[in-house]
Design a protein around this ligand. Structure first.
Ligand SMILES: [Zn+2]
Ligand SMILES: [Zn+2]
Length: 222
């Protein structure tokens, strides 16, 4: 009799750069039980729906890292396809969300989404099927910014906090540079080097790479 080795089922992560500034939307799935979550529906709901349909997944929730318009531009259209799906947001980003995420500064028309049903300030962990994510509070780029950390998958869905070679903008209203750096130091740089950062814009990176090469984190004065 041979040993049967069961494959370790990983969290499945699909990245879709969407919308006018190619903001990364992520589909996170427990493929075994066919449950998925959409993080930051940043554009074409059709593109998101296409993946969900093709994979045969059930959409369980929509999580927002923060409420800048480019991270929820496709939210209302996605909810039309998947009504009653709960939306998660931190309360400190609610005013930004209700104001259209700053879309008006850029003359971008945006439909306002429904009231969030999952209040992220009250939640320490979230589930995608069998996969647990810690909700990390990382204000600075936006006052209610959160990130989703899947320790067993070594995956950090980071939003606009830390990018490959860069960090989130803090020249926007209600942003705070010192707070952003403090968030990165306390919540991100304490994670293992192998952790893959899935950012809100651009290519993936790792905590280890950014720790030793990100110019914003090498400045000794912070
Ligand atoms: Zn942002
Ligand atoms: Zn963004």
């Amino acid at each position: 009799m041979s040993n049967i080795v069961l494959p370790i089922l990983m969290l499945q992560i699909i990245k879709l750069p969407l919308g006018p500034i190619q903001t990364n939307c992520y589909l996170l799935a427990d493929a075994e039980i066919k449950i998925c979550v959409v993080v930051d529906p940043s554009g074409s709901a059709q593109s998101i729906e296409k993946v969900i349909r093709k994979e045969g997944w059930h959409l369980q929730a929509i999580w927002l890292t923060h409420a800048h318009w480019d991270h929820f531009l496709g939210l209302v259209a996605l909810l039309e396809k998947y009504p009653e799906t709960p939306v998660a947001l931190h309360v400190l980003d609610l005013p930004l969300y209700q104001a259209g995420g700053g879309a008006r500064w850029w003359n971008i028309p945006i439909e306002l989404g429904p009231a969030p049903r999952i209040a992220l300030e009250q939640v320490r962990t979230l589930q995608v099927g069998a996969h647990s994510a810690q909700v990390l509070f990382v204000p600075g780029h936006a006052p209610g910014h959160v990130a989703f950390y899947f320790a067993h998958a070594q995956a950090l869905i980071g939003g606009d906090v830390l990018f490959a070679g860069s960090i989130g903008r803090t020249d926007l209203p209600s942003a705070n540079h010192a707070q952003l750096l403090a968030s990165i130091r306390a919540q991100f740089l304490t994670l293992p080097d192998a952790t893959i950062v899935y950012p809100g814009h651009g290519e993936n990176t790792t905590i280890g790479t950014e720790r030793v090469s990100n110019p914003h984190l090498l400045d000794a004065s912070w």
